[in-house]
Each structure stands twice: as C-alpha cells, then as structure tokens.
Design a protein around this ligand. Structure first.
Ligand code: HEM
Length: 488
C-alpha cells in the first residue's frame, strides 16, 4: 500500500481505488455520516468491488453477496485476529491475548464460547426467563402499582430506556449471577448509567482515539471494570457456566492482574448487552408501531399456549422451555426482520499474503498483504432484489408454508448468506442463539401481559447512522409508549 500512497499506481487486477482529497483521512467523514448510502453510490459507479481509503486504512468492499462465501471460507489467507488482539484489548482495557505471556489463552477463550450454545443454551434460557420474570414482576407486573398510576391503568415510558433497563439487568443476572443475600444487585442502575456513558464513546475508542483524549471515559471505564474484580465476582451466586469457566481460566495466568481479569468480564458485559438492547428496542418498536403484526404474533403465542395446555397464566408466572420458544416462528421472524432493518455490522478480514482472490464465475481480484477485505451485509439486507421493498417492515418475511423461510435469491441464484447481523465465519457471534432467545422471551412476556401503544403524535423513529459498522444501530431518538396490564 505504501506504493499506492506514494504513486497511486494500481497493480493489474486490483480494484478501483477511492482516496478522496484529504490525506490519511480519505473518505472517513463521508463514510461515517451514512455508510450505506456512501457504499451504494460507489457501487453504482465502480461495481461490486472497490477500495476506499478510510482513516489511514485501505478497505476493499465486496458488495455482491454471491461472493461472500469465497471470503468467509478463506480463513487462512484472510485473518480475523486484528479485532480480538488489538482493538478489543485497547477498548476494554486488558492486555492483548495473543502474547507469549498468556500461552493457550486465545484457544481457551474460544472454547468457552460453546457454553453459550447447544445444550448449554437450555439452562441459560431457563435462567434468563426467570430473571426477566423477576424484573417484570417487581417493576411492571404489580397490579396495584399499575392501577395507582392513574389513566385507567396505563403507564407511559420511553421505549428504549424501558428495554435497556429490563434487558441490562436480566442479562447481567443470567450471566454473572446475583449478590450473596439478595435477588437483585442494588447498584444495577448506576452500573447501567456508567455503561451508557462508556458506550457513547465506544465508536471513538474503536476508531483508535486514545482514551485520555475522551474526557471522563477512562475514569468511567475504570469504575465499570472495578465492578468485576475477582473478590466481588466470587461472592455472586447462580453465575452462568460461561462466566464461571472464564473465571477459572483467567486464574491459570499469574501474569494477569485482577484488573485485567475484571476488564475481560467487562468486555463480555459489553458484548452481551451492547447490541442486544438496541435489537430489543427495534423488535419492540416495529411490533408496537404495526398493530396488525403485534396481533398476529400475540395470536401465535396464545394458540401455542393453548396447545401446550398453558393458557391459564393468572399468576403471571408462566415460563417457556427452550423447545417451546423455538416453535414461536412468527415471533422469531419478527425479531429477524427487525435485525435485518437495524444491523450494520462490518465483517473485516486482513490479507496475510499477496494472492488472487477468486470471487464469482471467472472473476478474481488481486489482494496485497495487509489489505482489509470488508463485507457490509447491510447493503445485502437492503437490496430490493433480495428483499422486496426492503425499507418496509414485514413481521412474517422469514416464514413460508409454516416453516422458517431460508431461500433468498440474487441474480437468480440462491444465497448461502442472506441475513448476517451476527457476523460470519470464524468471528461469528457465539452469543447469537442466546441473543435471539432472550429477545423472544422479552417480547413473549411483553405481549402476553400488556396492552401496548405508541403515544400519538410522535414522528417515526429513524436509525442513528453514526455508529455504522459496529453492530445494531441505536434509534436517533427515543419514543414514548403506553402499556397496561391485560386481563389474565
Ligand atoms: C461477537 C453481534 C449478542 C457475545 C459478535 C460479532 C457480531 C456480534 C457481529 C462479531 C464481531 C466481529 O466480526 O469481530 C451481536 C448481536 C447481538 C449479540 C447483533 C444481539 C442482537 C451477544 C450476546 C453475547 C455475545 C448476548 C453473549 C452472551 C459475543 C462475543 C463475541 C461476539 C463473546 C466475540 C467473539 C470472538 O471474539 O470470536 N457479536 N452479538 N453477543 N459476541 Fe455478539
């Protein structure tokens, strides 16, 4: 790339290069404003593959989803460790894991991820349902409290704030456990507020802005990390196997300080709620703002409860098994549809050598060592050829003939990858099944127990595109809604 910076000469077979006129920064500002729009414009001009200079990095975008499998399967030549070994440690404050100081640690960490999946998902989902019920019952399901709120039992709240409070606490309790003598942590609200403050600066940290330039962020991060010091974590009970395993594995490394272990736990807190909270918000928002979708999903819940002989829920203590949750097809489709709408994660790989990357049919592209190959699945999620009227929310888009719909097409060819909010290949999110389940559980309880409405006269909520590339986009502005207990 040095050659390109100096002479701007493209080698044979390399994609077109878009550098902009500001040295180093290149097209970072335009990209940061609205990545999707930016990439669509350049796709029109340059086709499916082009390279853009973004903040000192040359990023080659592969825009055709039919080409994705060729990138995803090429683990050896296209490496994914850059994030896990550089960006994440700097952002969350722990030492790089790929280091001779910590032999075997990356593998052990990777292996711990299976505790979020397969059979291990059953106790996790059970615990999550119990914790959601606990938070809902104590804070929102008390009949007298609700009636006292006046206005015929209706309560008003801000939707994103509501989702954040419930999901943050229930997820925390499920993964990390509860304090010694109580069912809930008394400092949960302060922890959540600090988390939100840190999260606002998250994109800048990922963009490698030094933390000391970001005001109080370093102090807030330290406070968040301190929450997970080993002497505190060891007092918690009902901790998930996933976190228990990580505590054990960090204990094996003497060169890991207590603060480092705590920083690892803090990173998992971010991974587990940073995307789940906005994803829950969008799933709820779309349903509440499409009453016909909300009724259809509620209908599915009631029909299945009846089928399972569980239609008496007067004690509001209803719990669903993981298998039952899997049968809520329309609910799952509604969740996937809102993920399709709001996801903007980028899949990044770094070339380990010069090579020719075969893409589609006869086509291939020359790649140089150090090149960053990027997939931006939002372009696929919003492609009208794949998803008819992609801007529209259709709760049943992922259901066909009573089953999950998995066939989506581009240029007449069936796509292997069509919905990618959780990344791909080796870096695919290990918490994806847990995440989908917990959002379904949240919506299940919400639809079962409450009437829900948007407060009238508010504008449609739009996506805050400033975090493009980093996961689920936040709403540009929160929205007010009303809820009241439904008759059991
Ligand atoms: C990684 C998305 C929920 C744990 C990722 C990545 C994405 C993602 C795109 C890959 C980043 C990359 O390419 O490097 C999401 C979304 C979620 C969600 C959209 C919710 C809707 C969760 C939950 C957990 C979790 C609930 C844990 C309980 C992780 C971990 C990684 C990860 C540990 C890092 C994996 C690694 O280092 O290989 N997530 N995630 N995620 N996610 Fe999630």
């Amino acid at each position: 790339w040095v050659c390109i910076i100096v002479s701007n000469v493209r080698r044979d077979g390399e994609p077109p290069l878009i550098k902009g006129w500001i040295p180093y920064i290149g097209k970072a500002l335009e990209f940061g404003k609205d990545a999707h729009k930016f990439l669509e414009e350049y796709k029109k001009k340059h086709g499916d593959i082009f390279t853009v200079l973004i903040a000192g990095k040359y990023m080659t975008f592969i825009m055709n989803p039919l080409m994705y499998p060729n990138i995803i399967k090429r683990g050896k030549q296209l490496d994914f460790h850059e994030f896990s070994n550089q960006v994440a440690p700097r952002t969350f404050g722990y030492p790089p894991v790929f280091s001779s100081k910590f032999p075997g640690m990356p593998d052990q960490i990777k292996r711990s991820f299976h505790l979020l999946q397969g059979d291990n998902l059953t106790p996790l989902s059970k615990s999550m349902m119990g914790n959601l019920l606990l938070v809902f019952k104590q804070d929102h399901l008390d009949k007298r409290q609700m009636e006292d709120s006046g206005e015929g039992g209706w309560r008003t709240d801000s939707m994103c704030e509501f989702c954040s409070k419930v999901m943050f606490e229930a997820t925390f309790l499920t993964l990390y456990g509860k304090p010694a003598s109580k069912r809930r942590h008394s400092s949960m609200e302060t922890l959540r507020e600090d988390f939100i403050e840190f999260d606002k600066k998250f994109p800048l940290l990922i963009a490698r802005i030094p933390i000391w330039l970001l005001g109080r962020t370093k102090a807030i991060r330290e406070k968040l990390i301190n929450y997970f010091l080993p002497q505190r974590v060891s007092c918690w009970s009902n901790t998930s196997q996933f976190i228990t395993r990580r505590v054990e594995l960090f204990e094996q490394y003497n060169s890991l300080r207590d603060m480092d272990k705590a920083a690892h736990h803090f990173a998992i807190l971010w991974a587990s709620v940073g995307n789940t909270i906005p994803a829950t918000f969008w799933a709820m928002y779309h349903l509440v703002s499409h009453p016909e979708a909300l009724e259809a999903v509620r209908q599915e819940i009631h029909s299945l409860l009846k089928l399972w002989g569980m239609d008496d829920f007067s004690d509001r203590d209803i719990n669903l098994s993981r298998e039952q949750l899997d049968q809520l097809l329309y609910l799952e489709s509604a969740v996937n549809e809102s993920l399709r709408h709001s996801s903007s994660s980028m899949n990044i790989r770094v070339a380990q050598e010069d090579f020719s990357l075969p893409l589609e049919a006869e086509q291939s592209v020359a790649v140089r060592k150090g090149d960053i190959i990027t997939l931006y699945p939002r372009s696929m999620h919003m492609d009208p050829e794949i998803y008819d009227q992609p801007e529209m929310y259709r709760y049943d888009r992922f259901v066909q003939d009573g089953r999950q719909k998995t066939d989506f097409y581009k240029d007449g060819q069936r796509l292997k990858y069509y919905c990618m909010p959780f990344g791909s290949g080796a870096t695919m999110c290990p918490g994806r099944y847990f995440a989908i389940n917990e959002i379904k559980q949240f919506l299940f309880l919400l639809l079962l127990h409450f009437d829900l409405q948007l407060v009238e006269g508010q504008p449609k909520v739009t996506l805050d595109t400033s975090r493009a590339g980093l996961g689920i986009l936040l709403p540009a502005k929160d929205v007010r809604f009303r809820y009241r207990l439904r008759a059991a």
